[in-house]
Design a protein around this ligand. Structure first.
Ligand code: ATP
Length: 342
């Protein structure tokens, strides 16, 4: 649906050249919610703005529905752009126009008849839950309501792609959640492909199917949410994952690891998908002559699949601990926790 091929974007100002996006290759499939995360300055905004050619890549290609945007005529580009909606961090509403006219604006520009605009705007306002606010002005709305207007406006031209540029960054967590629910509904009911950029891993975790992590203009890691969260490879990715999954061990647990009892070992068990349903610890306690002591654990849900880890202390004779370890290794990912807690 969206295919970035070796996309590079450089800016030159005062004889200095900045490479904002550096040789990015990404494929966003039809119907996906794809997130791009990175710190400020990583190049996310530049990348997303390339999709509707608000920025023209310096090198590389962007294909939308197999069409190479850089080779299109003005008219063809206008047609493609009509199929790409966009929402923004600061909503970008017209303050002097009512909610109704903000949503209808792209349709008026396209010369759509008034009756048709009325029908369409009313149904979109119904969809985003603002049917009673049609005659309000943006200044009379909360941030979340303004973003709902932004979403309704973006949907007015029946886009196939929705670009979200930090769409929830100005909102509190609860409002963010309700906007993400709405975006999920947009995908389900309108079958729209969503590409979003954000610096919040919580947003990625809640809504995306896939994520790409950007740093210094490059994509340093990408994959499904499950793969990236359960096995982040780059330090920056690990830092982002930590913001939603705190895997640092509490001091009381570290104390046990620093000062282990005789005949005891501490293990980290990583549960993924179906393995979370295995009653592993009670099985181990029954099958082997060991005492099991759960020191720490957390399980979260990623894309409707449980994922978590458990820090367990096994006490007993070395031979029993080793046998229990081998048994667990067949069923979950397991590693001994060393003195530094990792
Ligand atoms: N129009 C421009 N002219 C010159 N440099 C630019 C321009 N737009 C962006 N840059 C530079 O390109 C780099 C990437 O910026 P970009 O806004 O794409 O990053 P970002 O990840 O979206 O960050 P933020 O979340 O802060 O917007 C930065 O160093 C920025 O200063």
């Amino acid at each position: 649906m969206i295919d970035f091929q070796h996309v590079t974007k450089k800016y030159t100002t005062n004889d200095k050249t900045i490479t904002a996006v550096n040789d990015v290759n990404l494929v966003v499939q039809r119907g996906e919610i794809f997130g791009v995360i990175g710190f400020s300055g990583a190049g996310k905004s530049t990348l997303i703005r390339c999709v509707n050619l608000l920025e023209r890549p310096t090198e590389g290609k962007i294909l939308v529905n197999q069409k190479d945007l850089l080779t299109l005529s003005q008219k063809e580009l206008r047609d493609v752009r009509r199929k790409i909606g966009m929402i923004f961090q600061h909503f970008n509403l017209l303050e002097s126009k009512t909610v109704f006219h903000n949503v209808g604006f792209p349709l008026s520009l396209a010369g759509v008849p008034k009756q048709e605009i009325k029908r369409k705007v009313e149904s979109l306002l119904e969809f985003v839950g603002l049917a009673d606010k049609a005659n309000h002005y943006p200044e009379q709305l909360s941030g979340g309501q303004k973003q709902r207007v932004g979403i309704a406006r973006a949907l007015a031209t029946d886009p196939e792609i929705l670009l979200c540029d930090e769409a929830t960054s100005a909102l509190d967590p609860q409002t963010t959640s309700s906007i993400l629910d709405l975006l999920r509904k947009v995908r389900e009911e309108y079958h729209i492909t969503i590409l979003m950029i954000t610096h919040e891993m919580q947003v990625i975790k809640e809504i995306c199917d896939k994520v790409a992590v950007m740093e210094n203009g490059k994509v340093i890691e990408e994959g499904t949410i499950f793969d990236v969260f359960s096995n982040p490879k780059q330090q920056t990715t690990r830092n982002f994952v930590k913001t939603v999954m705190n895997d640092e061990l509490p001091a009381s647990v570290l104390e046990k690891i620093y000062h282990p009892k005789d005949n005891s070992k501490v293990y980290r068990l990583i549960f993924v998908e179906d393995s979370t349903e295995i009653p592993l610890i009670s099985e181990v306690a029954k099958k082997f002559d060991v005492h099991t002591n759960i020191l720490f654990g957390q399980i979260i849900e990623l894309q409707h699949q449980p994922f978590g880890n458990l820090i367990v202390e096994l006490q007993g004779a070395t031979v029993e601990i080793e046998a229990a370890y081998e048994y667990m290794k067949q069923r979950v990912s397991i590693e001994e926790v060393k003195e530094n807690g990792y």
